[in-house]
Design a protein around this ligand. Structure first.
Ligand code: NAD
Length: 367
């Protein structure tokens, strides 16, 4: 069974050692000489259902880096899918290569054939550097894929649903912090106003929050500021700003040794993956500072909820939004449990996900 905190002994660095330490079920290496496709699929845990998680294409420095990434990401999907109440296990795929030059129809279709060969134990979707057009090619070779355009009966762009679940997680955290979930007048910084961040800003402004935005793209900043009436903040100053809520929606590891002691806010709730640089250490630092942290992998689950809704068939966006609504109650439960146990909410969320996997696993023991 999956453990919350696995420790990898120093002397053990082989592939089987890694799989054993992180408790994966399967690691599949796919190679096709004709197209140059090099892909790795990791299936972490299928207790709840087929392993679902996106495919990431990246120029990894070496094979070991790709293996470590796919193992880590697939394990994360087990917890994300479990905590979101989905009947899906955790898996992920990585393709080693240059997304700008290597992707062709044959390349993506060959990848689809490999996925098909897994017989539905793994269901793929979009992740970094994989576009809807790639998904269309994959879908020509397998039905174990989700993330098709709406025009083809798919769920389309998941980011509005991700922004919605993030917003609900933020409201749950606000309720915990202030006894009331209204965001009206709250000073919120949204870091990263891309696909998810911009939809989130729209919701926040609609609720009359005072929104600050930061991004490395000046054009995006200008667009979002003009469209929704948000104030632009530049550079590192964001970590010293007087805020109620900090919402990381750009990159991971922004909660680290340097930032956690500087942040002046009562709530952290954002869509970025892996916000805590060190889950234990920085999670605990936030507890000590009395800052309420809404677990990232729970509150950004709108995207996977949307993809799962498509995979179930007969996709309707309204249904995906309805399912994402559960995030509010789950988040509040987790925050209360974390407080009762005096642990960080991230850890409480992982324990809760694990409990669901164990309980449902037992249910499935009898025919
Ligand atoms: P995106 O690429 O559309 O947006 C990211 C934005 O962050 C861009 O505007 C980029 O310019 C900006 N950015 C990059 N580095 C920055 C920095 N150092 N400081 C400030 N801004 C910076 O991505 P997205 O789809 O909006 O996803 C945002 C985050 O949410 C990512 O971490 C992603 O993994 C996570 N997430 C997204 C979804 C989804 O449905 N799109 C689902 C779950 C999680």
């Amino acid at each position: 069974m999956v453990e919350v905190n696995e420790v990898m002994p120093r002397e053990k660095t082989g592939v089987f050692d890694q799989i054993e330490a992180m408790e994966h079920e399967q690691l599949v290496v796919c190679y096709d000489k004709a197209t140059g496709l090099k892909a790795i699929v990791a299936i972490h845990n299928t207790t709840l259902g087929p392993a679902l998680g996106g495919t990431r294409m990246w120029q990894y420095k070496n094979e070991q880096e790709a293996i470590t990434d796919v193992l880590r990401l697939s394990r994360g999907m087990t917890f994300k899918n479990a905590i979101s109440g989905l009947n899906l296990g955790g898996g992920k795929a990585v393709i080693i290569g240059d997304a700008q030059t290597q992707k062709t129809e044959a390349f993506m279709r060959r990848f689809g054939r490999f996925i098909n060969g897994l017989g539905g134990r793994y269901v793929t979707a979009e992740d970094v550097n994989i576009r809807t057009s790639d998904i269309e090619y994959i879908a020509m070779e397998t039905r174990y894929v989700s993330g098709l355009p709406e025009i083809m009966g798919g769920g389309g762009d998941p980011s509005p649903v991700t922004a919605y679940s993030t917003y609900l997680g933020m409201k749950a955290a606000a309720k915990k912090a202030w006894g009331n979930d209204s965001l009206r007048g709250k000073r919120v910084l949204v870091q990263g106003v891309g696909q998810v961040g911009s939809h989130l800003v729209e919701r926040l402004r609609h609720e009359d929050a005072q929104v600050f935005i930061s991004d490395i793209s000046e054009e995006r900043l200008r667009q979002v500021a003009n469209r929704f009436g948000a104030e632009v903040v530049m550079g590192d100053a964001i970590y010293d700003l007087d805020l109620d809520i900090y919402s990381p929606c750009a990159l991971g590891a922004t909660l680290n040794d340097d930032t956690v002691s500087r942040l002046k806010c009562q709530v952290i709730a954002g869509a970025a993956n892996n916000q805590l640089k060190d889950e234990k250490k920085h999670g605990q630092m936030l507890v000590e500072r009395g800052i309420i942290y809404a677990p990232d992998f729970l509150i950004n689950s709108g995207g996977v909820i949307n993809v799962a809704a498509e995979y179930e068939g007969n996709y309707q966006r309204e249904r995906a939004y309805q399912k994402a609504e559960k995030v509010y109650d789950i988040c509040l439960n987790i925050l209360n449990e974390a407080e009762a146990k005096n642990i960080g909410p991230q850890e409480a969320a992982m324990q809760m996900a694990l409990k669901r996997i164990q309980e449902v696993g037992r249910v499935k023991l009898s025919y």
